[in-house]
Structure formats: C-alpha cells, structure tokens
Design a protein around this ligand. Structure first.
Ligand code: NAD
Length: 355
C-alpha cells in the first residue's frame, strides 16, 4: 500500500486520481481548499465533488489546505511519507489570470515550487507528477501552417498530422499570464528532475475533461458546453470562425498515464497528453454533436475576436508518451466522453442540484 498525495483533489483530475488509487487500496490524502469557487464563483464550487468522494472512497482523507501555505505543507509532509504526489491544484484559466495575475502566479508557480521543495526535503524518492498545460507553448502552435476545411482547421503539412510534439518552442511567444505561470511551474519541475535527479514528470495537457468537471465559461469547455445546452443558455464562441480544434482526453486516461509513469519513472520528462487526433473536435463540430446526442439545439453567438493567446488548432502528439509507456492508450472516445458528461449533468438535474 502506497501513500499518495493528490493536490486539487476536489477538481476534475484530482478527484479521478483519488478514486482510482483509493480503489486499489492505497492511502490517499487530498489537498483542496475549494479555490475554484474563489476563481469562478458558485458554479466553480467543488464541494459537491468532495462530498461525492467522501461517499465513494474507503481510505481517502481530505485536508483543507492552501498550497501557498508552506508551513502547513511542511506539517503535512512531516506527518506522512508520500510515495507519489499528483499535483493538480491550480488556477486553471487562461482568461481569468488577466484579472488576478499575482494570485495566479502564487498558486501556479509558487505553489508548485512549495510542493517540489517539500518533496525534496521529506520524501525525495517519491514520484512527483505536475499537471502542466499546452499553454506553455503560447502561440507557437499557431505558426504551424493550417488549411481551412468546412467545419474545422487542420494542419496543412502531412508531417504535422500527428500534432504538436514536445520540441515545440515555449519562449518568445504570447502565452497569457496563465501560460507564463504554468511555464514557470513546468520548468521548475523539470529542474527538480534534471538538477536534483528527482522523479518528476510534466504532463502538458490538451483539453482534459470528464463528468466530474465543475465546468464554467472560463474553464472546462465540453462540460460547460453541455451545461449550456441542457439549460437552454447561450454559448459564446470567440473567433476563428468557430473552427478552432481541441483534442479531448477523459480524466480516466489522464490518471492511467500518471499510473504508468509512477510505476516506471523517468526523471524530469515532459510529455504532451491530450486526446490526440482521434479525440479532436472543432467548436462547430462539438456544437452539432451535442445537439445530436441531447436532442437539444444549442444557442450560440459568435464573437468576432479570438481570445488572446488562444490556439487555432491544437492536437497533442502522443507518440513520445506511447513509446515510453506502450501499455497506455486512449480508452474513451469522444462520443463516450460526451455521453458520460450528458448523463452526469442530466442526473444532477433530475435529483435537484447536488452542486
Ligand atoms: N482541464 C483542462 O482542460 C486542463 C488542460 C490542461 C492542463 N490542466 C491542468 O491540470 C490540472 C488539473 O486541472 P482540472 O481541470 O482538474 O482543474 P480543476 O479546477 O477542476 O481542479 C483544480 C482544483 O485545485 C483546487 N485549488 C486551486 N488552488 C488551490 C490552492 N491554492 N490550494 C489548494 N487547492 C487549490 C481547486 O479548488 C480545484 O478543486 C491543473 O493544473 C490544470 O492547469 C487542465
């Protein structure tokens, strides 16, 4: 039995990790102070997910801690010898960071450094997973030549077809402040691997999704899109003729990647992790697919200005991770993901809001 720390344990990826490792009989400790509610208001409140975890797990313990609080982290690391740290706590929104640059940097960059240093001081052999983001590449994926199809943009050259790989440049490009704070965290986590030889891993996520997302307009695109459709709201699409492409990966497949790395760590490695080409979809295509699957036509409006630092077409090249960890594969396709999100949100409706 291993002792596992999951930060951001009430969020999408954190909660999936908690359930997965708890099911296997490990001792899982979660840190989450519901800061998603501070960032996004009532719709971002993750209390429902914490309550769900308390009911669905056997050994899970929750600590209402802030990862910015070094003294509290030190106590936690003194009291528990962790074998694995899955670091998912973050300010996760690209657009939100503009309003709260200092808080965003403190949570994303300093919070990560606090955790890395606590790991080095107390359990330096532990595996440390950082959930980073494709926003560390800033706008540079937008330099890849594209062609415009009827419902989406796609890469124009055959050599780009598998998507963006880890050699994409991360500096001298526009990131958004979120991309910059996550890039700082990403680099420092690499350094704890390369300089200190610790078992760090950096996953640069595409769109991570699943039924446990507390989707809000500024973060959690598929979850929020379904929410708007089921509630007869109006969704705003920003720029790129609604043909921007995202690759989507179910939280279960993210946690399986974490598990594979933890079993056979390679210090300081960086991997792109998204749904890949098979799970890529444009806004126009997602809107149409949700209408097919829910039977409800989504109202949406087009704003003719793209979000600053937004990708036009982003598909994660998964080949590096797959070559290092051949047992891992995508197990949930897009329709399965949509169906799960729709079913979860319908259940929430019919039982009254659990959130
Ligand atoms: N969801 C995506 O599409 C996506 C894409 C790329 C990268 N990522 C990264 O993956 C990670 C997990 O994302 P997610 O979608 O599960 O996010 P999420 O917002 O659902 O979960 C993050 C959790 O962290 C908690 N938290 C925030 N600040 C905290 C603090 N200071 N102390 C303690 N807890 C705190 C929040 O309350 C929330 O429950 C994040 O690092 C995010 O940047 C996510």
């Amino acid at each position: 039995m291993k002792t596992i720390l999951v930060t951001g344990s009430s969020g999408l990826i954190g909660s999936e990790a908690v359930e997965h490792f708890d099911r296997q009989g490990h001792c899982v400790i979660g840190v989450d102070n519901n800061m998603r509610q501070v960032f996004f208001g009532a719709q971002g409140d993750t209390t429902w997910n914490l309550n769900r975890l308390k009911n669905s797990t056997k050994h899970f313990q929750h600590a209402n801690l802030d990862i910015r609080d070094r003294a509290a982290l030190d106590e936690l690391f003194k009291a528990n010898r962790f074998d694995l740290i899955v670091h998912c706590a973050a300010q996760p929104s690209h657009d939100k960071a503009r309003d709260i640059p200092i808080l965003d940097f403190e949570v994303n960059a300093l919070g990560t450094l606090n955790l890395l240093e606590a790991t080095r001081q107390h359990c330096r052999d532990a595996v440390f997973i950082l959930m980073s983001t494709n926003k560390v590449y800033g706008d540079s994926p937008n330099e890849i030549p594209l062609h415009e199809l009827e419902t989406r943009y796609d890469y124009a050259r055959p050599q780009d077809s598998a998507g963006v790989n880890e050699s994409c440049r991360i500096d001298q490009t526009l990131h958004s402040l979120f991309g910059a704070s996550k890039a700082a965290a990403d680099l420092v986590a690499q350094e704890y691997g390369r300089y200190f030889g610790m078992n760090t891993c950096i996953f640069r996520g595409g769109c991570l999704t699943g039924p446990s997302h507390s989707g809000v307009e500024l973060h959690g695109f598929l979850s929020y899109l379904v929410r708007v459709a089921l509630n007869d709201g109006t969704y705003s699409v920003f720029g790129y003729k609604a043909k921007q492409v995202r690759d989507n990966i179910h939280s279960h497949d993210v946690v399986r990647a974490i598990e594979e790395f933890a079993a056979n760590p390679r210090p300081g490695e960086v991997y792109n992790l998204g749904g890949g080409r098979g799970n890529s979809i444009s806004m126009l295509e997602a809107i149409a697919r949700i209408a097919d699957l829910t039977g409800k036509k989504l109202n949406w409006r087009y704003v003719d200005e793209a979000r600053k630092g937004d990708h036009i077409c982003y598909i994660s090249d998964l080949r590096k991770f797959q070559s290092h960890y051949p047992e891992w594969k995508i197990t949930r396709d897009l329709d399965t993901i949509f169906r799960e999100i729709i079913a979860a949100q319908r259940a929430e409706h019919s039982f009254g809001s659990a959130r």
